[in-house]
Design a protein. Structure first.
Length: 135
């Protein structure tokens, strides 16, 4: 894939439209270079379910999901996950389970993970990150 993989926190800001700097950066990148993990899709849908599917937010999420590529969690990603988790544990780097899955997806896709979550900065190479949320 290459390009950019949006973490759930960044995808949420895009959907809400509450951080103009993220929207401006996103608008400067060709749409085919933007993706999310199937894990992020699941987190976004869980957020809707938890709120009982409010109409406006549900439509915004639906429109967002129509516009981004959603990368599947396949064999290549599971192998990358296994290697990454072992490397993180060996170095004493804690990472939440879903964050570990998203990081593995970014590495497997050779994509830059766009996030404002500082936890990813502790993940060893080859994970590359950018923070578009400079508030």
């Amino acid at each position: 894939m290459n390009g950019y993989l949006l973490d759930t926190n960044i995808a949420s800001h895009v959907i809400r439209g509450d951080r103009p700097q993220i929207s401006q950066r996103l608008a400067s990148i060709p749409v085919e270079e933007i993706a999310i993990s199937a894990v992020t899709e699941g987190e976004l849908l869980y957020g809707l379910a938890r709120r009982n599917y409010p109409a406006l937010l549900t439509e915004r999420v639906r429109q967002f999901l129509l516009r981004v590529d959603i990368l599947p969690w396949d064999h290549e990603v599971t192998q990358t996950y296994a290697d990454l988790r072992a490397a993180c544990e060996a170095k004493g780097v804690p990472l939440a389970p879903l964050d570990m899955m998203i990081a593995a997806q970014a590495i497997a896709a050779d994509a830059i993970l766009v996030t404002n979550d500082k936890a990813f900065s502790r993940v060893p190479d080859p994970l590359r990150t950018e923070n578009w949320d400079h508030t």
